[in-house]
Design a protein around this ligand. Structure first.
Ligand code: ADP
Ligand code: MG
Length: 270
C-alpha cells in the first residue's frame, strides 16, 4: 500500500481534567477526503489544531509523508514549509480576514510570503477565478461581501500556498443551504483540479455525505466508527452513529425517540 499523506497516531489530549482526545488515529490518502463527524465537544477542532501544529498532543504523532509535523518549528523557512503542508478554513471567515484588506490584497500578501520574488498578478487572477470571485469582489472589503463570498476568499487564500492538506472545520456550517451547496461543489471541483486532500470536519451528516470519501465518527474524544462514507451512513454499526443519523430531521421524524435513544447510549467509558 502507498504511504498515507497524513498519518495521525494515538493522539491523547487533556485540558485540565477534561479528556478532549483519547487514542485518536487515522490516515488520509493523497488527494483523498476524510470526514470527521461528531457532536459539538467531541474533539474535532482539537484534532484539527493538533494536525495544524497550533496545539501539542499529550502523546501521539502526526506525520505528513512520513515526516514528523512537530509543532515546534525552528525558523521562518520551517514555519512556511509547515504552512504549505496544511492549511485550514474555519466556520467564520470574518474572524480570520483583516477587515481593512481586500481579497486581492490578501492573496498578494500570502503569495509574497510563500513565493517571494515573482509577479503574482496572474496567479491572483487564477485563484479568484477558481473560487468564482470577480474583479468587483476582489477589490472590495470583507464586510461588503456575503458569507459565501467571504468563504470563497478564505478558500482562495488557503489554496494560494498550494497545501497538500486543507482542513475545513465547519467551513459551510454558517451558510444557508443553497450557498452551502455551491461551496461544496466548488470544493469538490478544487480537489479534482489541485489534488489537495481534505480533512472535512462537520457535525452535519448531509454535508459529509457529499464531501468525504471516508469517514470517522467521534464521540467524547474517541473514534467510535470508521469506514467508507456510504457504508457508514447506510449501515452504521455503532449506536451513536445510528443516533446521529436518526437526529437528521425528515418526514415522520420523532424527536422524543431520539431523546430516549440518547439516554440509552453508553457513557464516555463505554
Ligand atoms: P468539537 O470541535 O468537536 O466541538 P473540541 O475539540 O472543540 O470539540 O472540544 C473537545 C473538548 O475539549 C470539549 O470538552 C471542549 O470543551 C474541550 N476544549 C477544547 N479546547 C479547550 C481549551 N482550549 N481549553 C479547555 N478545554 C478545551
Ligand atoms: Mg469544533
Amino acid at each position: 500500500m502507498a504511504e498515507p499523506l497524513l498519518e495521525v497516531a494515538g493522539l491523547y489530549k487533556t485540558y485540565g481534567s477534561v479528556p478532549a482526545l483519547r487514542d485518536v488515529s487515522f490516515t488520509l490518502a493523497e488527494g483523498g477526503s476524510l470526514g470527521i463527524v461528531g457532536e459539538s465537544g467531541s474533539g474535532k477542532t482539537t484534532t484539527a489544531r493538533i494536525v495544524l501544529g497550533l496545539e501539542r498532543a499529550d502523546t501521539g504523532r502526526v506525520t505528513v509523508r512520513g515526516r514528523d509535523r512537530s509543532p515546534r518549528r525552528r525558523g521562518r523557512a520551517e514555519r512556511l514549509r509547515g504552512a504549505r503542508e496544511v492549511q485550514i478554513v474555519f466556520q467564520d471567515p470574518l474572524l480570520s480576514l483583516d477587515p481593512r484588506i481586500s481579497p486581492g490584497a490578501v492573496l498578494r500578501e500570502t503569495l509574497r510570503l510563500h513565493f517571494p520574488g515573482t509577479d503574482h498578478t496572474r496567479r491572483i487572477a487564477q485563484l479568484l477565478d477558481q473560487v468564482g470571485l470577480g474583479e468587483r469582489e476582489a477589490t472590495g472589503l470583507p464586510r461588503q461581501l456575503s458569507g459565501g463570498q467571504r468563504q470563497r476568499v478564505a478558500i482562495a487564500r488557503a489554496l494560494a500556498v498550494e497545501p497538500s492538506i486543507l482542513i475545513l472545520d465547519e467551513a459551510v456550517a454558517a451558510l444557508d443551504v443553497c450557498v452551502q451547496a455551491q461551496i461544496l461543489n466548488l470544493l469538490a471541483d478544487l480537489r479534482e483540479q489541485t489534488g489537495t486532500a481534505y480533512l472535512f470536519i462537520t457535525h452535519d451528516l448531509g454535508v459529509v455525505s457529499q464531501a468525504a470519501d471516508h469517514l470517522i465518527v467521534m464521540r467524547h474524544g474517541q473514534i467510535v466508527e470508521r469506514g467508507r462514507t456510504e457504508q457508514v451512513l447506510t449501515e452504521p454499526r455503532h449506536p451513536y452513529t445510528r443516533l446521529l443519523l436518526d437526529s437528521v430531521p425528515r418526514p415522520g421524524w420523532r424527536p422524543e425517540s431520539i431523546a430516549r435513544a440518547r439516554r440509552d447510549l453508553p457513557g464516555p467509558a463505554g
